[in-house]
Design a protein around this ligand. Structure first.
Ligand code: OOB
Length: 539
């Protein structure tokens, strides 16, 4: 395994192999095999483009040869920041075939985040679009390249431009390439980003073995077949849309992936009708938009059979509306880029589908709810969820001290989520221990936003909390102590934006206070702040 990553203990790995959980197959082979079985069937749809399995497979080979011709080597880290376009899928498979390790970044990421990802991973390449939603990524790439030491090549999805290798040039490098030697299935295929409980995202190594298994199991639980069409509503670099079962699980099943440009129902509903979409997945804030739009839409949504909703908490009043409004089944999903997935099952009792996040997708997942001392709680007890299993990481990349804190000695990952298990073994997420805000499904680390605020000249102290919001789930509220003038909310947002931060992390509200409340241990008392915010909302 790539240096800096933590492998599973040898005996555990051996057991997973013996049990056939890890099959020793790479993601590149998954596509190869799917192309053998479903060659002329449609793998990907975007706008008017329809790409068959055989085309996708050949395209991937050409791109892989192009990347290699431009110096990409096995083990190189390559940051990939692309919107939901077929190139994303082909480029990701191509880099995996070369044996390079992708670092998935989000389209919304700006200089601070990309610089961090490049520095943390030591990336030698960065794949980017020309512009996306009005933002010029070329400028961002030049800036990051100048400010970091390792970025050799910038790969541009777009026209030939000085300083960039255009992706279309790559395809010409070797029109009929030889296949590459297979990467080791036990090695890292790509890095996902942590939801951000600490200042900036951590890198989560996902191996071929673990991800092939995860997406296949997820597809099995969703009963995906080659008759299914999956609509990728969320950004595909998000684990949920990539492999839960998402893009990878659909391709494993021989189905069709339709890529949506935005999660907006105005864009998505016509796609559902046109392509007879059967399955999709999204976060609750998007589902809320869909539920409202479904009341008046003229699109025919009757092909939908299953919607997966997860990523943030939902009330029962909310989950109740989903199936009747959309005319399909609801599946609740608890998931994390780190691994563990729990799904409600199609034949679960209605009540548990409405009120729980279901059960782990694999019998080999070990899930425990523990108290502050690490003692396991009986069913019904609320404590921290800890887990280990065949697709849950054993360590983040290159952060040994942090790993020592978030993993137990026997390899359980401390999720930072508060949960309980029902008598039937269903998981219910009750809250969070970690300081993370979930705003419309985007995960924001309170600490990261605080750091940006503290960097502003007039800010002496800053505390950021999530406050409940009917529409987004949570909004970002900043409590600030200042010396000198107080910035208006608009100016504050502008000042943080100017630091090169993704816009979804900007504060939605600001409150100026003479001092921050402290706990007896001298830490900022966020519970007290949350209480202040709650009383304000009531008033
Ligand atoms: C998904 O992944 P991440 O890595 O962006 O965020 C993980 C965190 C969890 O630790 C938990 O705090 C929260 O998101 N979460 C939920 C939840 N599902 C995730 N909180 C309450 N209820 C749920 N159902 O968010 C993700 C990855 C794969 C599939 C689905 C979601």
């Amino acid at each position: 395994m790539l240096a800096g990553c933590t492998p599973w203990p040898t005996d555990v790995a051996k057991r997973y192999r013996k049990q056939g959980i890890w099959r020793g197959e790479t993601l590149g082979t998954v596509l190869r095999n799917a192309a053998r079985r479903h060659g002329s069937d449609i793998a990907l749809v975007h706008g008017d483009r329809r790409i068959s399995y055989a085309e996708l497979d050949r395209w991937t080979d050409r791109l892989a040869a192009g990347f290699a011709a431009h110096g990409v080597r096995p083990d190189d880290r390559i940051v990939v920041q692309l919107p939901n376009v077929p190139e994303f899928v082909a480029i990701a498979f191509a880099l995996m075939r070369v044996g390079a390790k992708l670092v998935f970044s989000l389209p919304a990421h700006r200089s601070t985040e990309i610089t961090h990802l490049v520095e943390l991973s030591g990336a030698s390449g960065y794949v980017l679009p020309e512009t996306h939603r009005g933002f010029d990524h070329r400028e961002l790439a030049r800036q990051v390249q100048a400010g970091t030491g390792t970025l050799r090549t910038l790969f541009l999805l777009g026209a030939k431009t000085d300083g960039f290798v255009s992706v279309s040039e790559l395809e010409l490098a070797a029109p009929d390439p030889e296949p590459f030697p297979e990467p080791d299935p036990a090695d890292v295929a790509f890095f996902l980003l942590s939801g951000g409980t600490t200042a900036l995202p951590k890198l989560i190594p996902r191996t071929h073995d673990d991800y092939v298994y995860q997406s296949e199991r997820a597809a099995q639980v969703c009963e995906l077949t080659n008759c299914d069409t999956y609509l990728a509503v969320l950004p595909v670099e998000f684990n949920f849309a990539y492999g839960c079962p998402g893009v990878i699980g659909t391709l494993q099943s021989g189905g069709t992936v339709v890529l949506a440009d935005t999660p907006n129902p105005v864009d998505c509903f016509p796609l559902i009708e046109r392509h007879r979409v059967t399955v999709t997945s999204m976060v609750p804030s998007i589902m809320q938009l869909w539920l409202e739009a479904a009341e008046w839409t003229e699109s025919d949504l009757s092909s939908l059979r299953l919607v997966q909703v997860g990523g943030a908490r939902m009330t029962r009043e909310f989950t109740e509306r989903i199936a009747p409004t959309l005319g399909c089944q609801l599946q609740q999903v608890f998931g994390m880029a780190e691994g563990l997935l729990t799904f409600s099952r199609p034949d679960d009792p209605a009540e548990s589908v409405l009120t729980t996040q279901g059960r782990p997708i694999s019998d080999a997942d070990e899930v425990r709810v523990v108290d502050e001392n690490g003692a396991e709680l009986p069913a019904g007890g609320i404590g921290e969820l800890i887990t280990r299993g065949p697709y849950t990481l054993r360590g983040y990349y290159r952060v040994p001290e942090y790993n020592a804190r978030v993993f137990t000695e026997d390899g359980f990952f401390r999720t930072g989520d508060l949960a309980r298990l029902t008598e039937d073994g269903d998981l219910v997420i009750e809250g969070r221990i970690k300081e993370m805000i979930i705003r419309g499904g985007d995960k924001i680390s309170a600490g990261e936003v605080e750091d940006h605020l503290l960097a502003l000249e007039s800010v002496a102290a800053a505390a950021v909390i999530g406050v409940p919001d009917e529409f987004l789930g949570e909004r970002i509220c900043a409590y600030l102590v200042t010396h000198g003038p107080r910035l208006s909310l608009a100016d504050l947002k502008q000042a943080v934006h100017a630091r090169g931060v993704a816009d979804y992390k900007l504060p939605d509200m600001v409150r100026y206070v003479p001092e921050l409340p402290l706990t007896p241990l001298g830490k900022v008392d966020k519970k007290a702040l949350a209480a202040v915010a709650a009383s304000e909302q009531e008033g």
